[in-house]
Write a protein that binds this ligand. Structure first.
Ligand code: HPA
Length: 235
């Protein structure tokens, strides 16, 4: 047990897929894993461990935002001997070069957040993915014939804001899209010497308001889930 995860030691696999939404974790466990067992439901943040093509994999939620993923990823890495966390989430595109349903593999996450500085003394505004998982995701996508773009993204604390457009931090680091978690995941993995990657499905295009409808969302995420699971097989 850790402070926020009730699973016993040994009940979480070395590779964890981490969506933001607990119900998405349940959906993946129900539809993609065999013999999935619910190992934690503290705060309704569900963690499941099961088999994918015979390999033990866990899937569990991060919640929304830097503080939440900061807590869950740290406890997974330090209390459960997790080696690799693959965040699977959605993002908003800043540019009309992106289209809804596009699949992104995150090279680096830039943020205004002070999380990395005040937790681990990491002063950088931009933190890369950690370890070899990013490269394995690219290779796996190629093998699956799945179109995948690599890009920097903006990890923001802000979903609603007064001034529209691309924030300065995103422009400075050429970030094509925005989400709210990758920076903290990469900071924790960097400090702890672990593997971390983030795959995102573009769910909305901010300048045009184009978006994947709530009905379409579940099916829309299938390519990303398959890519993460097939990559996990190779970790
Ligand atoms: N902002 C932040 N996170 C997001 C967005 C957004 O517009 N869309 C999906 N995740």
């Amino acid at each position: 047990m850790s402070v926020h995860i009730k699973a016993q030691k040994g009940e979480i696999a070395r590779t964890v897929l981490q969506p933001g939404d607990p119900l998405r974790a349940k959906y993946i466990a129900d539809n993609f894993l065999e013999d999935a067992k619910l190992v934690s439901q503290t705060r309704n943040i569900f963690y499941y461990t099961g088999l994918y093509k015979g390999k033990e994999i866990s899937v569990g939620a991060s919640g929304m935002g830097i503080p939440s993923i900061g807590i869950y990823s740290f406890e997974l890495y330090t209390e459960y001997e997790v080696d690799t966390i693959i965040r699977i989430g959605t993002c908003g595109g800043y540019s009309t070069d992106l289209k809804v349903y596009d699949l992104l593999n995150v090279k680096q996450a830039a943020s205004e957040s002070t999380y990395a500085k005040f937790s681990w003394g990491i002063e950088d505004e931009i933190i890369p993915h950690q370890g070899n998982c990013f490269d394995l995701i690219n290779e796996t996508a190629k093998n699956l014939n799945l179109p995948l773009k690599t890009t920097n993204i903006h990890t923001s604390d802000i979903f609603y804001r007064k001034v529209p457009g691309t924030p300065a931090m995103a422009a400075k680091y050429n970030c094509s899209a925005v989400e709210m978690e990758a920076f903290a995941l990469f900071a924790n993995a960097k400090y702890l010497g672990k593997n971390a990657a983030t795959i995102l499905t573009v769910s909305d295009i901010i300048p045009t308001g184009d978006e994947i409808s709530a009905d379409e969302r579940e099916k829309a995420l299938t390519p990303m889930i398959n890519l993460a699971l097939e990559t996990a097989l190779r970790m």
